[in-house]
Design a protein. Sequence first.
Length: 266
Amino acid sequence: MRPSRATRTIGQWVAWLKSQNCTPSVTPAEVGVCSMCLGPTPIGPQGTHYARCFACNNGRYSTVLDGFVPICYSVNEGLEGAIWRAKNDDLNGWLQLPLASLLWTFLNNHLECIENAYGGKFDIGVTVPSSKERNGVNHLDALLSRIEKWPINWKQGVLVKNRNEPAAERRQRIVTDLFTADQSVNGKRVLLLDDTFTSGGSMASAAYALHEAGATSVVGIAFGRQLNASREEARELISELPQRPLDLDTCPVHDLSDIDLFFMRG
C-alpha cells in the first residue's frame, strides 16, 4: 500500500522528491561553475570559463559569508516551484514535509564536513525571513517544525526583516538595513538557511545583520542554487540537469582545496 502523506518516513519523502526530477545534484569543482557560489560562469576572452562569477569575484559577499553550500540546483517550475507552492499556497503546505526531509538528510550526511571545511562546529542555525508568513511564523521556521530532532540547534526569530521590497531591487548587493538580528548570536558560529540562492543578495544581507549582532562566523546553506535560463552561461548546465538525479551521498564541499574554499576570508 502506498503510504499516506501523514505516515511517510523521511526516506520515503526524499525518494518522492527524487522521483519528481526536480532536485538535480550539485557536484564540487566543476568546470564552468563558480568556485564560490556554484553558479555558472561566462567564458572569458581566452576561451575558458572564469573561475568565479561576477558577484563573487568582486569580493563583496566574502566580507560577510564564510561559505555557501547548496543542496541542489534549482530552475523555474522545478525545485523553485515546489518551494514557492509550499510557501505561498495553503493547499500545498504539505510540500514542507519533503523539503524538510531533504534538508534533514543532507545535514545528517554532510553537516560535519561543512563544519570541517569552514572552521568548526556551528553553535546555532538561523533562517532568513521572507515576506510570506503563516500565522506570524516564517515559512522556513514552519518547515523546520515538521521534524522534531535535527543535527543542529535551530533558533527561531533571530532575524527580523525590516521591510519588504522586490528582490530585483537588491540583486548582487548587501542591503545593510534589510534585516536586524538579536544579540543571541553574539560570539556564535551560525549556519544560515535560505530557500534559494539566486543572486545571493538576501543571504548576504542577512549575514551582514548577524555579524552586526556579534556572530563570529556565518556559513550559508540553501535548498536550491537557482539557475536563470535566460542567461547564456547557464544554458549548458541547465541542459545537463535531467541527467543529474538527486545524490545525497555527494556534498559540494568534499573536493574543495584549502586554497579555494568558497568564501573563506583571510
